[in-house]
Every structure is written in structure tokens, then in C-alpha cells.
Ligand binder design. Structure first.
Ligand code: NAD
Ligand code: IPM
Ligand code: MN
Length: 359
């Protein structure tokens, strides 16, 4: 197959981890006979510095002309005092909105070789296999009015029935192909948006009699994620709850550097990005864990291009390198051998070669 991929490295460790993902994808292309064309473009702080906007038209054009988007991370102290419209994060919010990428799919799966790095007891962290389905283009992030004066500030939480229906349907469909359970997370004891959310889930579930549904308040869900994470299969929730719960869930894997994500719209077009941010504390030091970016690339192959064998090969290679005792610094507590980002990527590519030879 021939595919064009827009690459938006962004800031901090973004460029380091996207470079890693590209190396792995180039190796896949060579071995499986695909051609990937890369279109590099700026987003976030890098775009603010070059174009004075966090999402330039050039970047939108590059993405429009591509089959999928691969993104690193945005943000950093350099731009933290910028006005809201000049913040790197605004570029990320704008690209999600521009392409209507309403469904953010964030799988969380325990990695056996890393159980020693999780602050959770091994018997709690092991066998966790869930996916957080986070609404990504509405809620508090986008509601109007959004403003500030000297003595007061306002953010607006709005959800329409249509916005809730489409994300809830996405979660039901996913549950059908997994263990058949949806946990809808809300704050229906307080928020009107959550009451509507709960009502829509109750209505939509009639279409999915094969799926078990439970409602959970977000505070209780935050607790249960740590005490009994195996109880979850598919979690569906609104934008901000999903943001917070997914970082919390990353502790199960031992590091935020392990969690990939896909941000997709109904026709399958998607942006693939790690859950983590630009990690300014370790940027430029060849220390970042590239797994989240590499696994996001695997999600892209599977979900946007239908390349299931290729995606499976990448996932197996990452797991196998960790089984062989290698990890980056964020996972040092696992007892594995700490290597640099580059070395880790080389190991993944060697493993991919080995997998294919042994097939
Ligand atoms: P962060 O995710 O960047 O970092 C949190 C902690 O996790 C840090 O200690 C960091 O070193 C570590 N970490 C994260 N990813 C890692 C990786 N791949 N390998 C090893 N360690 C890793 O969150 P933060 O520090 O709160 O935010 C930093 C900046 O990133 C902010 O500007 C924020 O707005 C931005 N951010 C961007 C995104 C995104 O682009 N999707 C997501 C979250 C935060
Ligand atoms: C994420 C990030 C973003 C979000 C920020 C950087 C705008 O935290 O992708 O999880 O809150 O969605
Ligand atoms: Mn986040």
C-alpha cells in the first residue's frame, strides 16, 4: 500500500518520540512492501515560534492532503505565559476540532515485564486490559463563553445530545468486540450535562442488548481505577474526566510513556498521539520512552490503514524488547536495564526483523 502521513512532532520530547515512530514505520514499510510518504509540519510551540500561531494553515493543508496524522506532543515552559490563543495547547485543541476528531481511544494494558514499575501491587496491576473512550471535541475545553476578568473567570460545560450519542455509540461498538462491558463515567449527582449523558447512555443501550452497562460517578471511578482496575473493559466519558482518568490509569502500566492513543472521526480518519505531554524535564536528553508514540503508530496502521499484521508485529516487538529486559529511565523500577531512546528503538527494529525471519 501507498500512504501519506502528516508528521507533527511538536515540542519537548515530541520530536524525539515521533522520530522513533517513523523509524519503526519505515522498517515496517520495507519489510511488508508498503510506501509511506512523510509530510512534516509544525504545531504547538514550534509553530508559534515560526508562524506566530499554534496551528498554521500550512499544517492544516499538510494534514488535509494526508491519509493520517502522527503527532508528538506540544507545550513547554517557554510558552506558558502566552495569551490563550498563542499557547501550544491551543494548536492541539484546534486540530482536534478542525478535523472533528471526537473519539479519543486510549487503551490501557498491563505489560508483564513492567509490573515492578507500577506503584500498584502486582496482583492488582496484572491482567488489566481496558480502553478509555474520551469525548474530545466538546465539553469544558470548548464551551462558550470562556473568559476572564480581574475578579472572575468562566468556562462553560455544554454537551448536545448528538455529541453524546456518537461517543457513546463508539464505546458500545468497541465493547462488542471486547469483553462486552461499558462503564459510563459522569457526575450525574451534580451536573446537568452528566444527567443528559446518563439518559443518552440508557437510551442507546437498547440498541446493544449484548453489552452490559454500568454508570459510575467520576470520583468513585478514580478510586476504583486504582483499587480494582480489572473491573473495567470500556470506559466512556466526557472530555475532561477522560483526560484526568487516562493519566491516572497510566500508573497501571508503570509509566505515562507507555500509553498510545487514536483520535478519530466517524469516517476513520485519525490523528495518532501519545497520551503523555512534551516532558520538558527530560527533553533533548535521549531519555524519553518512545513506546507510546510507537504504539500510537501501530494504532494508525490498524485503524486507519487496516494493516493488522503490521500493527501486531510492532506491538509484539515492543513487548518482546521489554521481556528481554530493556526499558527507558521512566521504568527503571521494573528492574530492567535502562537504555536510551535511540537504543530502545534499535532493539525494537531488530526484534521486528527477527519476528519476520522466524515467520
Ligand atoms: P507530561 O506528560 O509532559 O509529563 C509528566 C511526567 O511524565 C514528567 O515527569 C515526564 O518526564 C514524564 N513523561 C511523560 N512522557 C514520558 C515519556 N515518553 N518518557 C518518559 N517520561 C515521560 O505532563 P506535564 O509535565 O504536566 O506537561 C508538560 C507539557 O506538556 C505542558 O506544556 C502540557 O500542556 C503539555 N502536554 C501536552 C500533551 C499533548 O501534546 N498531547 C499532553 C499532556 C501535556
Ligand atoms: C492530552 C493533553 C491535552 C488535553 C492538553 C495538552 C490540551 O493533556 O492530550 O491528554 O487536555 O487534551
Ligand atoms: Mn492529558
Amino acid at each position: 500500500m501507498e500512504k501519506t502521513i502528516a508528521v507533527l512532532p511538536g515540542d519537548g520530547i515530541g520530536p524525539e518520540v515521533t522520530k522513533a515512530a517513523i523509524k519503526v514505520l519505515n522498517s515496517i514499510a520495507m519489510r511488508y512492501g508498503h510506501t509511506f510518504h512523510w509530510k512534516h509540519a509544525e504545531i504547538g510551540g514550534a509553530a508559534v515560534d515560526k508562524y506566530e500561531v499554534p496551528l498554521p494553515q500550512e499544517t492544516i493543508d499538510a494534514c488535509e492532503a494526508s491519509d493520517a496524522i502522527l503527532l508528538g506532543a506540544v507545550g513547554g515552559p517557554k510558552w506558558d505565559q502566552n495569551a490563550a490563543h498563542m499557547r501550544p495547547e491551543k494548536g492541539l485543541l484546534n486540530i482536534r476540532k478542525h478535523f472533528d476528531l471526537f473519539a479519543n481511544i486510549r487503551p490501557v494494558k498491563a505489560v508483564p515485564a513492567l509490573l515492578g514499575s507500577s506503584p500498584l501491587k502486582e496482583e492488582i496491576a496484572k491482567q488489566v486490559d481496558m480502553v478509555i473512550v474520551r469525548e474530545l471535541t466538546s465539553g469544558l475545553y470548548f464551551g462558550e463563553p470562556k473568559q476572564r476578568s480581574e475578579d472572575a473567570a468562566v468556562d462553560t460545560l455544554v454537551y448536545t445530545r448528538k455529541e453524546i450519542e456518537r461517543i457513546v455509540d463508539t464505546a458500545f461498538e468497541m465493547a462488542r468486540n471486547r469483553r462486552g462491558k461499558v462503564t459510563s463515567v459522569d457526575k450525574a449527582n451534580v451536573l446537568e450535562t452528566s444527567k443528559l449523558w446518563r439518559q443518552v447512555v440508557e437510551e442507546r443501550k437498547q440498541e446493544y442488548p449484548d453489552v452490559e452497562v454500568e454508570h459510575m460517578l467520576v470520583d468513585s471511578a478514580a478510586m476504583k481505577l486504582i483499587t480494582d482496575p480489572r473491573a473495567f473493559d470500556v470506559i466512556v466519558t466526557e472530555n475532561m474526566f477522560g483526560d484526568i482518568l487516562s493519566d491516572e490509569a497510566s500508573v497501571i502500566t508503570g509509566s505515562l510513556g507507555m500509553l498510545p492513543s487514536a483520535s478519530v472521526r466517524s469516517d476513520g480518519f485519525g490523528l495518532y498521539e501519545p497520551v503523555h505531554g512534551s516532558a520538558p524535564d527530560i527533553a533533548g536528553q535521549n531519555k524519553a520512552n518512545p513506546s507510546a508514540a510507537i504504539l500510537s503508530a501501530a494504532m494508525m496502521l490498524k485503524q486507519s490503514f487496516g494493516m493488522h499484521a503490521e500493527a501486531g508485529a510492532i506491538e509484539a516487538a515492543v513487548m518482546s524488547v521489554m521481556d528481554d529486559g530493556y526499558c527507558t529511565g521512566d521504568l527503571s523500577a521494573s528492574g530492567n536495564k535502562v537504555v536510551s531512546t535511540d537504543r530502545f528503538v534499535t532493539k525494537v527494529i531488530e526484534e521486528l526483523e527477527r519476528e519476520l525471519v522466524s515467520e
